[in-house]
Design a protein. Structure first.
Length: 123
């Protein structure tokens, strides 16, 4: 079952604007698939409550999939437990802020998907 608080796109990657979640019949989700945003080309589509398009079978390029919100931050690592690095938007900003008064171990990149930690790597 789809979550009405999330944003969706087609499996093929086209943006979708949901118009209704409570339409009639087997395909109650009604929306517009933005096929070519630049040329304002779109089409009306319907889906099941599980996000399957009109044929009701999984695997169609028109099925709905959630858009994952990705956020990346950088932090400097210091061996002292008394000093905590803030988050930085770029690795360059993180490295430019390295404090000379503290021993520096490296910089890590933290990747979050939908505000859940997904990956940590040394950069």
């Amino acid at each position: 079952m789809l979550d009405i608080t999330k944003k969706y796109q087609t499996r093929e990657g086209y943006p979708v604007r949901i118009l209704a979640w409570d339409g009639p019949g087997q395909y109650p989700i009604i929306g517009i698939v933005e096929v070519d945003v630049g040329n304002k080309e779109s089409r009306l589509e319907t889906w099941t409550t599980d996000g399957y398009c009109y044929n009701g079978l999984p695997g169609s390029v028109d099925d709905l999939v959630p858009i994952i919100q990705v956020r990346v931050v950088y932090r400097n690592l210091y061996p002292s437990t008394n000093f905590m690095s803030p988050n930085f938007k770029t690795v360059d900003a993180a490295k430019a802020s390295i404090s000379g008064s503290h021993s520096y171990d490296g910089t890590i990149e933290l990747t979050f998907h939908d505000n859940k930690l997904h990956e940590v790597k040394l950069v």
